[in-house]
Design a protein around this ligand. Structure first.
Ligand code: ADP
Ligand code: MG
Length: 608
């Protein structure tokens, strides 16, 4: 066969293979065009999951009559002129492929009116081409109608799934785009039923309302708001607390310069940030917005543009991981939000639902996000919404020491966020009273977190303090395990364990971390060896060292059924207040909750 040019119809249909996979991809392209046109309100009407009809109407700038035919031409765009523009692209589209691709696989009608036109113009198109614009009635803006998707390509029509499935994809696309621009009103209806009607929000801080409407309550109710700018990068948005993590990764939205992306660098950074507060197999929820100079990111990686490439991916990765990690670290319990006579310091963000008391700690590192819980925790309304202090634990001897300007705990009981212990319940829970009501603490989970954080601090600082055992403990091991002990002596020492191989199949434990001196040394060391075996080579172990510390912390934590005195319980509460991440145990479960007086009154129908 000789070489010849593809007909433009066939070329468009081939290009459509990349751009138009299903109804959802059409909605994506049309919504992006409307946003690029500066629309303030966009309405999407869909029938039969989008395969029968998709209609997108906007009040944007419209298209000049003489450009209507051009808009349907391949590689015709108003958004780009030179290759330099591409490096600084601010619009969502720029490839000039969407409308011609859609027209080649469906019946398309485009009506548009610019602000100073007397009336609108309409043009009809399909794979065979388009007609001439004819006058039409339409307010300023644009409406695109796409009917009978793949009517001319039966092979592709066959790949469309059930109406419900296609609509689910489409809805997800709509959701992402509606999350990308709080200042634009969006509406979606399916088979004449309104699914979402989202007003424009004046202030992006109010975005939490839209998130609640689109994603349910997970983030909206239990989320932490974060905000941080550094080195030209800016990250803001909301992250779910570890306790509200989900069994599926279905509430994870990440936007780069307003464009939703799925990116390996991003998801790795987020996983890293959550790694030690998340229950195994759970997925955090987040809606995050990264702004980055356009020249630092390449959006032209994929025709559907859902991938990006960062020029300095390491930098972006670390910025994300550190910011989110810090936000999570500061979700420790804090003083009550509303404290009379306490004026917020200048520069404190003003967010809904927070109560807005800023950090009292002047030594708060500058790079940490200004964050607060966007809305009170349902069960912990009273203690919600605050910034936490930097940890005040002296890593050397495990006792608390107060650094510099950091505030000493107030002696007045009503200044203690977790209150005073009043009782222990079945050897499992501590009940405490603060001025808002009742606090319930899972004592093992809470203590485990405290021990873990101290072990980490010790390791990162001057080393974990060890305590020699009065009577060394000998273990029988397998030969492989004994060899592992021999090969891992350095690593074991870094973990605060002095263990030596003994003979062919034994080992002797001579010292353990002081924090764990009451633990069963044999079981402790066996667990650590098991961890090291699981992680494999020592590089991996170093990566996983925190997980091993978490394993160890479990041995040091108070066991259920141990009776504590009130003083011991109070000590634990104070430790929790001072410890980062103490809101979750090492497995991501919550360690405490609050039932305030209002909640208690509701339980007893008081005042009704
Ligand atoms: P691209 O968005 O990559 O430029 P498209 O094929 O999606 O390519 O659109 C072609 C052109 O049609 C756009 O560059 C824009 O000028 C115009 N256009 C498309 N949709 C709209 C709209 N809703 N409002 C105004 N102009 C539009
Ligand atoms: Mg476009």
């Amino acid at each position: 066969m000789r070489i010849r040019h593809l007909s433009s119809q066939l070329a468009n249909q081939i290009a459509a293979g990349e751009v138009v996979e299903r109804p959802a991809s059409i909605v994506k392209e049309l919504l992006e065009n409307s946003l690029d046109a500066g629309a303030g309100r966009i309405e999407v009407e869909v029938e039969q999951g989008g395969s029968a009809l998709i209609r997108v109407r906007d009040d944007g700038c419209g298209i000049h009559r003489d450009d209507l035919v051009l808009a349907l031409d391949r590689h015709a765009t108003s958004k780009l002129e030179t290759v330099d523009d591409l490096a600084a692209i601010r619009t969502l589209g720029f490839r000039g492929e969407a409308l011609p691709s859609i027209a080649s696989v469906a019946r398309l009608t485009l009506s548009s009116r610019q602000a100073d036109d007397a009336h609108a113009w309409r043009i009809d198109a399909d794979a065979a081409g388009s007609g001439e614009p004819v006058p039409a009635a339409h307010p300023p803006g644009t409406v695109v109608e796409v009917r009978d998707l793949f009517f001319n390509i039966p092979a592709r029509r066959k790949f469309l799934r059930a109406e419900r499935t296609e609509f689910a994809y489409l809805e997800e696309t709509f959701r992402r785009i509606a999350l990308s621009r709080f200042d634009v009103a969006f509406r979606l209806s399916h088979n004449r039923r309104v699914i979402y009607d989202l007003p424009a929000l004046a202030d992006s801080a109010a975005g939490i309302e839209r998130i609640a409407a689109l994603c349910g309550e997970t983030i909206a109710e239990y989320g932490l708001a974060l905000e941080r700018d550094a080195g030209g990068l800016s990250l803001r948005g909301w992250i779910g607390t570890p306790a509200s993590a989900r069994s599926q990764a279905d509430t994870q939205y990440f936007f780069v310069n307003g464009r939703v992306v799925r990116d390996k660098v991003v998801s790795h950074a987020l996983r890293l940030a959550y790694q030690d507060v998340l229950h195994h197999g759970r997925h955090p929820a987040y809606v995050l917005y990264l702004d980055i100079p356009p020249a630092e990111v390449d959006v032209n990686v994929h025709p559907g543009k859902h991938e990006v490439r960062f020029r300095e991916s390491r930098l972006v990765h670390d910025f994300l991981a550190r910011t989110v990690k810090a936000a999570l670290a500061h979700s420790a319990p804090e003083a009550p939000a509303v404290r009379p006579g306490f004026a917020p310091s200048p520069g404190a963000p003003d967010r809904p639902g927070g109560g807005g008391a800023p950090s009292r700690d002047s030594s708060y590192p500058a790079w940490q996000p200004r964050m607060q819980q966007s809305m009170p925790l349902r069960a912990a309304e009273a203690a919600a919404a605050l910034y936490a202090r930097t940890p005040l634990v002296d890593p050397v001897d495990g006792r608390q020491a107060f650094a510099g300007e950091a505030p000493a705990p107030q002696s007045a009981d009503d200044e203690l966020p977790l209150g005073r212990a009043v009782a222990q319940l079945h050897g499992v829970y501590i009940l405490a009273e603060n001025r808002h009501g009742l606090i319930i603490v899972d004592m093992h989970a809470a203590h485990e977190r405290i021990v873990y954080e101290r072990l980490k601090l010790g390791r990162e600082g001057e080393g974990i303090r060890v305590q020699p055992l009065l009577v060394p403990v000998t273990l029988r091991l397998s030969v492989a395990e004994a060899e592992l002990v021999e090969d891992s002596r350095e690593l074991l020492a870094a973990l605060g364990l002095e263990v030596e191989r003994l003979g062919v199949d034994g080992a002797v434990v001579r010292a353990v971390p002081a924090l764990l001196c009451e633990a069963d040394a044999e079981r402790l060391v066996r667990d650590v060896i098991a961890d090291i075996r699981t992680w494999g080579d020592s590089d991996r172990v170093r990566e996983r060292i925190d997980e091993t510390l978490a394993t160890m912390a479990c041995h040091g934590a108070v066991r259920a059924n141990r009776r504590l005195t009130l003083a011991e319980m109070d000590g634990l509460l104070r430790d929790m207040e001072r410890t980062e991440r103490s809101g979750q145990c090492n497995h991501g479960r919550p360690t405490w909750t609050q039932l305030d007086m209002k909640a208690l009154d509701t339980l007893f129908m008081r005042g009704k």
